[in-house]
Write a protein that binds this ligand. Structure first.
Ligand SMILES: NC(=O)CC[C@H](N)C(=O)O
Length: 201
């Protein structure tokens, strides 16, 4: 079986870091900046960055409908931070003209943690990556307010960070994290996603 090619949406945000982690896992990666690039990949990472800008660029590059179509057809996608917002069916605190792609039956709150904790790092237990908690970096992150019945919660903030906010989810081949798994030198979130892309998980 040929290994899947995993695209990284390169409109905006930290694309290079995701490609580095995926390359380190031996995955084949490709930049996605146009609809024809999307046709050439088997799975996609939507990185962190600024979801309003990313949404505008996705419209300008004609990627919104192709992305929705591929997601509807079952393409696995990992969305991190702004990427989580892009994959969410409903957004609270979005800009008036916020464009998302959707796919995961959830409501996220944008910039949810407020000024006091704009950025922080904390250990999060995640289903599917083993027992050791993941060192999760949150940067003006969203949290998940609620999920539909088809969504599996993979991880929540630990009790000392508040009332168990959901920060990682999966719905079929779609996976999303509030935090930036590409920044801490721990490839387990990406490994899980590569396994999903290979149909192994
Ligand atoms: N690090 C990030 O991706 C931040 C997300 C950003 N606050 C947004 O709303 O898109």
């Amino acid at each position: 079986m040929t290994p899947p090619t995993i695209g990284v949406l390169a409109l905006q945000g930290d694309t290079a870091e995701h490609r580095d982690v995926l390359d380190g896992l031996g995955a084949r990666t490709a930049k996605v900046l146009a609809p024809e690039h999307l046709e050439a990949v088997d799975a996609l990472v939507v990185p962190g960055g600024e979801s309003t800008t990313m949404g505008k660029l996705a419209v300008r590059y004609g990627l919104v409908e192709p992305l929705r179509a591929r997601i509807a057809a079952g393409m696995p996608v990992l969305g991190t931070c702004a990427g989580m917002i892009m994959l969410s069916d409903r957004v609270l605190g979005g800009a008036a003209d916020q464009t998302t792609v959707g796919g995961i039956d959830m409501t996220v709150r944008r910039n949810a943690f407020g000024r006091q904790s704009d950025s922080f790092e904390t250990a999060v237990r995640l289903d599917g990556i083993g027992e050791d908690p993941f060192d999760a970096v949150f940067i003006r992150a969203p949290w998940v307010e609620s999920v539909g019945t088809a969504v599996t919660v993979l991880g929540r903030l630990p009790a000392e960070e508040g009332p168990g906010r959901i920060v990682a989810v999966r719905q079929g081949g779609l996976m999303a994290t509030s935090f930036h798994p590409e920044l801490t030198g721990d490839a387990r979130v990406h490994r899980l996603f590569v396994d999903i892309a290979k149909g192994l998980s």
